[in-house]
Design a protein around this ligand. Structure first.
Ligand SMILES: Cc1c2[nH]c(c1CCC(=O)O)Cc1[nH]c(c(CCC(=O)O)c1C)Cc1[nH]c(c(CCC(=O)O)c1C)Cc1[nH]c(c(C)c1CCC(=O)O)C2
Length: 345
């Protein structure tokens, strides 16, 4: 059964819609005072993620407050390493940290392929969110791409360069492939279960795609994303967002996905030419939302003119920054809704 507002799903399938659908990466989170309030009642970030009632509440907030055309389930990409046996902590104002990282054969042997039941709390949150949304808008499920998950598991924390993870690819390629394959298999179980629980569409986040060379990207990342997309089948549309991988756009044509996410470095006309059969998502620089309301309107219209009225899902080129003002975000969303409708007349 399609949601009442099915613009996102229709656009993802390449169908014409009355206006361009919009949702935002990191739409649930610290920009909203309502989120910060719920976050305070939960002991910490992980408690929020693991309590389906709270996760549901913050998942729905941006739909009601911002008016986006989809909800994205409140969770994190790092639940996969945890389910595989590698615990992480979310440190306040610092980001994720793994008390133990993967460096040796013994470390690899301590991991297992995650089964969907080990992520039951996410599946419960999806079921509860679907119930509470009452078909108002579709629900987006998600997972990290194996390469991005691998980066955190090897590095043990966030990094600008992920040089430990990249070193592993060069020095121990076979070991790297074994871990990447375990992550990919875990992700297939996980995303299949999200779809069964009610996710209407799924996105794969490859946040660290841009730090690899084109050859390494093809071998150590795209191959696994492709495997995941093939395994998921065609029941729900699939979005692949590979941040920084401008060099891999042509190869994205070979992936069994419907939508390709663009960041703000990727030219829109050029991306259309490279990806003639894909729907494109993106790609306003989240920093553009620091401008005045007039600046936001101007930049948004410029973006919409470049994408044209069809085969586009409006989003940012990466996640919202926590200090973005809510009225600027609303202005972006409202401008997309209003102006994209005029492009069809
Ligand atoms: C790399 C990555 C992570 N997590 C995620 C990615 C891929 C997308 C991207 O590149 O941004 C994905 C993610 N993380 C979160 C969501 C929820 C849904 C949504 O987008 O609204 C999603 C889709 C919640 C979150 N995940 C996190 C927060 C902030 C935690 C808090 O409330 O204190 C939220 C709302 C924490 C997190 N989680 C992660 C980092 C690096 C951080 C710290 C940075 C930060 O604090 O903003 C790992």
């Amino acid at each position: 059964m399609l949601p009442m507002n099915d613009r996102l799903i229709s656009a993802a399938k390449g169908l014409a819609t009355d206006r361009t659908p919009i949702w935002l990466m990191r739409q649930a989170g610290r920009i909203l005072p309502e989120y910060r309030k719920v976050r305070e009642t939960a002991k910490d970030f992980k408690t929020l993620v693991k309590t389906p009632e709270l996760a549901t509440e913050v998942t729905i907030q941006p739909v009601d407050i911002l008016g986006v055309d989809a909800a994205i389930i409140f969770s994190d990409i790092l639940v996969i390493p945890e389910a595989m046996g590698l615990n992480y902590e979310m440190e306040e104002n610092k980001g994720p940290v793994f008390p133990k990282r993967i460096t040796s054969e013994a470390d690899l042997a301590s991991l297992h392929i995650a089964q969907a039941e080990e992520l039951q709390y996410v599946l419960d949150a999806i079921r509860l969110t679907k119930k509470e949304l009452q078909g108002k808008v579709p629900l987006i499920g998600f997972a990290g791409a194996p390469w991005t998950i691998f980066s955190y598991m090897i590095e043990g924390k966030g990094s600008k360069t992920f040089s430990q993870a990249k070193k592993m690819l060069y020095t121990q390629p076979a070991f790297s492939h074994r871990l990447l394959d375990m992550i990919a298999q875990s992700t297939i179980h996980y995303l299949k279960a999200q779809i069964k629980a009610g996710a209407d569409i799924v996105q794969i986040f490859d946040s660290w795609a841009g730090i690899l060379s084109p050859d390494q990207y093809a071998e150590f990342s795209l191959k696994y994303i492709s495997k995941i997309c093939d395994a998921l089948g065609n029941d729900v549309p699939k979005i692949v967002f590979a941040k920084g991988a401008f060099f891999a756009r042509a190869e994205m044509n070979t992936i069994n996905c419907d939508v390709v996410g663009l960041d703000w470095n990727m030219g829109i006309a050029e991306s259309r030419a490279l990806l003639p059969n894909k729907v494109l998502q993106g790609n306003l620089d989240p920093c553009a939302l620091y401008g005045s309301l007039d600046d936001v309107r101007r930049e948004t219209k410029k973006m919409l003119n470049a994408f044209g009225p069809h085969k586009h899902i409006a989003n940012l080129g990466h996640g919202l920054y926590p200090d973005t003002e809510v009225d600027k975000v609303k202005c972006y969303i409202d401008t997309v809704k209003e102006y994209s409708a005029t492009l069809r007349r």
